[in-house]
Design a protein around this ligand. Structure first.
Ligand code: MN
Length: 132
């Protein structure tokens, strides 16, 4: 795609996260950087949205009340319609082995809370460019 197309095309990022404050923070960061943001407060709602929408990138909370982020990621990566959407885990889990668990589930990357804003936006840009 040429540069004009790229400027016109807003990327859509889906954030799956049960915590309202976390959703608001990420929404502000992404919208101020020019992204469209879709939000789901749990896995069930995320699956419903993904039946009709294909985001350029998914940000995945790991600890959620219905289905955890590892399980949901594994499911999405095994569905034909969602397998190619990059998924970044966002989690406060810092235990040894958590990084390995996110990759084993099929996540393309891993962002630790608390979020470093500059690093976060750089990584979002990188993963959404790759999605073209
Ligand atoms: Mn959570």
């Amino acid at each position: 795609m040429d540069q004009m197309d790229q400027m016109d095309q807003k990327k859509t990022i889906m954030h799956i996260e049960d915590n309202f404050d976390n959703r608001m923070l990420i929404r502000r960061l992404l919208q101020s950087d020019g992204y469209d943001v879709l939000e789901a407060e749990n896995a069930t709602n995320a699956l419903k949205i993904l039946q009709t929408t294909r985001p350029d990138l998914i940000l995945m909370d790991i600890n959620m009340p219905d289905i955890d982020g590892y399980t949901l990621t594994n499911y999405l990566k095994n569905q034909e319609t969602t397998a190619n959407i990059p998924i970044l885990a966002i989690t406060a889990n810092v235990m040894r082995g958590d990084r390995e668990k996110t990759f084993a589930a099929g996540c393309d990357g891993y962002i630790e809370k608390p979020i470093d804003i500059d690093d976060f936006l750089e990584r979002i840009a990188w993963y959404t460019r790759r999605a073209d």
